[in-house]
Design a protein around this ligand. Sequence first.
Ligand SMILES: *Cc1c(COP(=O)(O)O)cnc(C)c1O
Length: 378
Amino acid sequence: MSQKGEFIYLSPPHMGGREQQYVQQAFDQNWITTAGANVNGFEQELASYIGVPAAAALASGTAALHLALLALGVCPGDEVFCSTFTFVASTNPIRYVGATPVLIDSEPTTWNLCPTALEQALENRYKNGKLPKALMLVHLYGMPSRMQEIQELAQHYGVPIIEDAAEALGSRYKGRLLGTFGKMGVFSFNGNKIITTSGGGALVSSESDLVEQTRWLAMQAKDDLPYYHHTTMGYNYRLSNICAGIGRGQLEVLEERVQQRRKIFSNYQELLRDVAELEWHQEPEGFYSNRWLSCFTIKQGSQLTPEALRQTLLAANIESRPLWQPMHRQPLYQSCDYFGEHVSDDLFARGLCLPSGSSLSFSDQERVADVIRKAFRG
Ligand SMILES: *Cc1c(COP(=O)(O)O)cnc(C)c1O
């Protein structure tokens, strides 16, 4: 171990212990493919955790978002509204289906979709005579969006919601799990998410036929005939039985992982209580975040930039990360229509994500906090 201490990663995988048993079962049964007991079991166990009749286990969260758009019949020429403050995997699938993203800004408390900006965008498109085919709603860093206001608007204009809950498995809004508010909900099991299958994703819905259609599209859309017959273009997007085995072990510890991440957030807040420059990502009454990543913004007027702080942490062998750069600032998406007041630009300019892995020890959290305090206090 160097003097600086071991490298602390942002959000490393954290196995529960039973994953290898499920993987071993797949080997024992020789189901080394995209079908088998683990895929079926993982789908059932995820659906039962979420409280929906069915789930589709897929190769990635991105694939799940792509299939969700296809299941809604989004076509070239359609518009899809999307939170601008997100990871590029939310917007890319809109382009995969040939549709056009319209980017909507954040509001400053949850950092998620601003209902006022959404209303402006909906009114604008209503007046122009063509509403968006869907709303891609992202719950960033596990924080629920303002569901009541957003659902009221979406219902009023008849626009279906796809919930990008890739970062928000286990989060709740007024007691109800995220992923169940939209017509479809999507999760990611990428290596850095709250639970992982090494790589993977899932789509859930209260409508079983949508889930079935998604699963069918994910398996090359073969028509129900004894020979290979195709009327629809499908994809090879199903999760492997090996990865699903990891997922089954991970699901068993999901609630524990949520508690651990929430504890890490509250520890940071407590350890850094004396650093008045920090504004922690708030959780309003009735909102329950899985605290996938512990994040803050640095108050306006502080001498220290998030980038300088990131460098200082890195020099101490600690990984941290800027908040997502909004899509309307990306070369790939800056030409898109945008509605809002540049709240997300301000968050990007002032924010930072701290190491938040559920296996992070308290002494490592103290190490992170000490570096941050010294960076502000000298
Ligand atoms: C991780 C993530 C995705 C994509 O999930 P993958 O499984 O990596 O494809 C989509 N949206 C958001 C907001 C994410 O954080």
